[in-house]
Design a protein around this ligand. Structure first.
Ligand SMILES: Cc1cc2nc3c(=O)[nH]c(=O)nc-3n(C[C@H](O)[C@H](O)[C@H](O)COP(=O)(O)OP(=O)(O)OC[C@H]3O[C@@H](n4cnc5c(N)ncnc54)[C@H](O)[C@@H]3O)c2cc1C
Length: 472
């Protein structure tokens, strides 16, 4: 170990204690590999502070030694934002020990939490006070509020409650200079100049370290009801979305599209899961309705809307869950699609968004282009249709190995992302840019937009120590 490195690590140990500066390979390993096991980086050390003051002191030491910092929450991110590069000159700053719920204010309908608080724990703390924190995603048992904010995570309830950005009123941030900005305001109205909070949300740790947040809470719905509708096409799914919104308004809290190929994949890989329809249909929509009145109110709303959809030939068939077990069973079909894909082999993933009105046209136009370029390729197309968000994944044709197909990733991406551009969409709906989409970003942002982003980065982080190489 060089004297310089030793002096740097000694300063870090003096701040957090020797136990919380991990510099042995075995101790660092768990923090260096990404969630999907695709990439392992290297780091000088993993730093594990317990307080905001410790984070600030560590950042000041890193700035002094020009050591890059990679903030990390639950390390469930999907674009390699939370792991260091292969150079080995950075530190991972894990927020995992800062996991407290600081306060729940049921009257203001807010909660203040540490950035390292696990999302599920935040949900539970809100529920214990009779409130709902509505952010919900499959990684909620592991991901943290800081990571959710840094990636502006979406999830299954965006249609009703918005993305994480919409659920945050205030932030506490340690700047790249090691100063603490206390912006933990629980205000719904605050027009006092530039919105600094919104700069740090979605910045993927490139502008500062989020250490705490004030989050919005909502009344707990009295009832939630789930249904699965079968339809002939994505055009019908859009009609159903509008019909449901007209009939149910804000009670519609989930609207997930799944193609027949997706459900067939789930049936093949998880035969124990009950399949609700005897005969296959081209598309399915998983619907969820919440009611602040009663279960009878939710059922009434849903039955009237589904009746109208059947009468208008918008849907072919529907099943309504009549018990919590049935509802869980329907959601399991949706949640098992990524798991079934993982069991079936590797595929080329795209987390894209489009104006809702153009989704059906995008699907109709892009599939044939992929088929022409990669005959026999399989499309695993599902997603949060109500938010215009598709997981548009391309799996190899039968007989082509995963590795052989993955070599074509750049060509596949070109077809998909060019089509996204044509239809006015975004190359990243909810997972962020990280490293994986960094080079693609420049094809989709104007020079004006990129220059403003670079100016913000340069102004807030002139030494370039905050998560370098991510986004820009
Ligand atoms: C099974 C599964 C399902 C998922 N479903 C969804 C989904 O439905 N919707 C969705 O949006 N995402 C989803 N994700 C992606 C992921 O869970 C989210 O991006 C999540 O918000 C990341 O939180 P994290 O704490 O794990 O962050 P990490 O992975 O640790 O970090 C993500 C990024 O945030 C930065 N960061 C982390 N903490 C901080 C901090 N305190 N301050 C500043 N920067 C920080 C990191 O540097 C990195 O760039 C899913 C992932 C998995 C594995």
């Amino acid at each position: 170990m060089t004297e310089t490195l030793s002096a740097f690590l000694d300063q870090c140990r003096a701040i957090v204690g020797a136990d919380y500066v991990l510099d042995l390979d075995a101790d660092k390993a768990a923090f260096l590999t990404d969630q999907r096991g695709r990439y392992t980086g290297r780091a000088l050390a993993v730093l594990r502070p317990a307080t905001v003051a410790e984070v600030a002191a560590l950042v000041r030491v890193c700035a002094q030694w020009r050591v890059p910092i990679v903030p990390q929450g639950g390390n469930t991110g999907l674009v390699l934002g939370s792991v260091p590069d292969a150079e080995g000159g950075a530190v991972v700053l894990s927020l995992a020990r800062m996991n407290a719920v600081r306060q729940v204010d049921a009257v203001n309908r807010t909660m203040t939490v540490d950035a390292g608080c696990i999302l599920q724990h935040a949900q539970e703390a809100a529920a214990a006070q009779g409130c709902l924190f509505p952010l919900s995603l499959a990684a909620e048992g592991t991901c943290t509020i800081g990571g959710n904010l840094a990636t502006n995570a979406g999830g299954t309830a965006v249609l009703r409650y918005g993305n994480t950005r919409d659920l945050c009123l205030g932030l506490e941030v340690v700047t790249p200079q090691g100063e603490i900005w206390n912006g933990l305001r629980g205000l719904r109205k605050d027009n006092t100049g530039y919105d600094l909070r919104d700069l740090f949300i979605g910045a993927e740790g490139t502008l500062g370290v989020i250490t705490g947040a004030v989050l919005k809470l909502y009344p707990q719905p009295k009832a939630a009801i789930t249904a699965l509708a079968a339809l002939p096409s994505p055009v019908h799914a859009l009609r159903l979305l509008n019909l449901m919104q007209d009939h149910c308004g804000a009670s519609l809290t989930g609207f997930e599209l799944m193609s027949q190929y997706c459900l067939a994949l789930v049936a093949r890989e998880f035969p124990q899961l009950p399949q609700p329809f005897k005969t296959p249909h081209a598309q399915y929509v998983l619907l969820e309705l919440s009611s602040s009145e009663s279960e009878a109110h939710a059922v009434g709303l849903l039955e009237r809307a589904i009746g109208a959809a059947l009468d208008g030939n918008v849907i072919d068939d529907a099943v309504v869950a009549t018990s919590m077990a049935q509802s869980t069973g329907l959601w399991q079909l949706r949640e098992h699609i990524p798991l079934a894909q993982a069991k079936a082999g590797k595929n080329i993933k795209h987390d894209i968004s489009l104006p809702v009105s153009r989704i059906a046209d995008f699907i109709a136009a892009t599939g044939p282009k992929l088929e022409a370029a990669f005959p026999g390729c399989q499309l695993v197309c599902f997603g949060h249709l109500g938010d215009g968000n598709l997981h548009y994944n391309v799996a190899p044709p039968d007989g082509v190995s995963n590795d052989e197909f993955l070599h074509k990733q750049d060509e596949v991406n070109r077809v998909v992302y060019d089509s996204v551009e044509v239809f006015g969409g975004s190359i990243s709906a909810e997972h962020g840019i990280g490293v994986l989409k960094r080079d693609e970003l420049v094809h989709h942002k104007s020079a004006v937009e990129l220059n403003m982003m670079r100016a913000i980065k340069g102004a807030l982080d002139p030494l370039g120590i905050m998560n370098p190489g991510k986004i820009l």
